[in-house]
Design a protein around this ligand. Sequence first.
Ligand SMILES: O=P(O)(O)OC[C@H](O)CO
Length: 425
Amino acid sequence: MSTNKVGISVISCVLTLVVGFLALNFMPSEKQIETQLTRQYDIHDAQFRRSMGVLLGPPIIEGNKVDTLLNGNQIFPAMLAAIRGAEKTITFETYIYWSETIGEEFSAALAERARAGVKVHVMLDFIGSMKMNDEAMQKMRDAGVQLQRYHKPAWWKLARLNNRTHRKLLIVDGKIGFTGGVGIADQWRGNAANDKEWRDTHFRVEGPVVGQMQAVFTDNWTKSTGVVLDGAPYFPPLKAVGSMPAQMFSSSPTGGSASMHLMYLMAITAARTSIDMSASYFVPDDLAIRALAAAAKRGVKVRIIVPGKEIDAGIVRLASRERWGDMLKAGVEIAEYQPTMYHVKALVVDALMVSVGSTNFDNRSFSINDEANLNVLDPEFARAQVHVFENDWKKARRMTLAAWNNRSWTEKISGEFASLFGSQL
Ligand SMILES: O=P(O)(O)OC[C@H](O)CO
C-alpha cells in the first residue's frame, strides 16, 4: 500500500471515530417516556391533582390570581409597568431578546431600576439573544444590571449547545410574576392587527405561586453563576390574593426533562370532555399523537390551533402537517390561524385545567430545552381561556381529512423530509 493510501485510511478511521464519539455523546443517555399512559382518573378527580403535584415537583397551591394579557399592546405595558415599579429585585429570564424598539424600552427600564439600587438579574439565552447588540448589553451592565447569557457555544461543550433556556419568566420583588409565550422583539408589538404583529398571550401572576416562579428562575441563575438568590427580597411572604390553585414547574435535560412531556400526556389522558390546545410549534411525537387520537375516540372534543402560512419556521409547519393523519382520522380538529403568526402556547382541558408558559408541543421543548409552565386549576380562569381560544378558532382554517389526503405530492415529499428532523424541532 502506498504511503498516501495508508494516510487516507488512518484519517478516515480517525474521522469515523470522532463522528461516532460525537453521535454517542448527543444521544440521550436516559430513557424517555415510551409507553402510553393508562387512563385512571378525570381532570376533576382529586387523584389528578395529587398526581400532578407529586409527579411534576412543586405542589399545587391555593390563593393565586392570574390576569390574561393579549398581544403586545397589553403584554408589554404590563411587564414594563411592573419593572418600573420594582423596589427591591427584578429577575428576568427569556429566550428571544433583540435590540429593537421594544428591546430598547426593556433595557432602559431595567437599567433605570438598577441605577436606583434595585437588584436586577437578567438571564438571556445566548442563541436567542444573538440579535441583541453588545452596546445595549454593556449599557445595562454599566447601570448595574447583572446580565448572564445562557450556554455560550463552545467547542469543548458541544453536548450542551442544543440545550437552550426557552423559559419566559419575569418576577418583580418576588411578588409579581409573568409567563407565557412572548419574546422581547418587535414582531410581538401591536395587537395582531396585521401579519407583522404576532398573536400571543402572556399572564400576570400574583399570590403564593410566584414563589415557585422565583425558584425556577434561581435554578438557571445558580447553574450559570454559582450564586444563590435567597432571602426576603426574592422570596417574601406571599399572602393569598385570589382563589386560583396553581403550580409552576420546570423541565431541563439536566434534571426533570420528562416533566413537560409527562404533564401534557397526563392532562390529555385525563380529559373527559374537551381539549383546546394553542400550539405555536406543533410537532407531536408518536405517544402524543396516540394520546390525542385516543381522547378524540373516547368522545373528547379535541381542537388544536396552529400557525398557518404566516409562520417563521416553514420546516416546522411541514413536519407538523405530515403528522396529522392519524389524529384527523380519529376526529381531532386541527385549524391553522390565518391573520398572522400564531405564537400562543396554551392548553385548556375540560374547562378546568389550564397550562401556559414557554413550552411548545414538540421534542425540543419536551426533552432538549429548559422550559417552565404554569398550571392553573380554576373553572373561571379556564372559561376565560376557552373564550380566547374560541375567538382565535374563528380566525383559523380547518384542515379536513379529505384535504389532508389530497395534499400535493410536493408537500408530501417535503413533509416527509422535514419530518426526518422531527426530534430536533
Ligand atoms: O421558540 P419560541 O416559541 O420562543 O419562539 C421564538 C420564535 O421562533 C422566534 O423567531
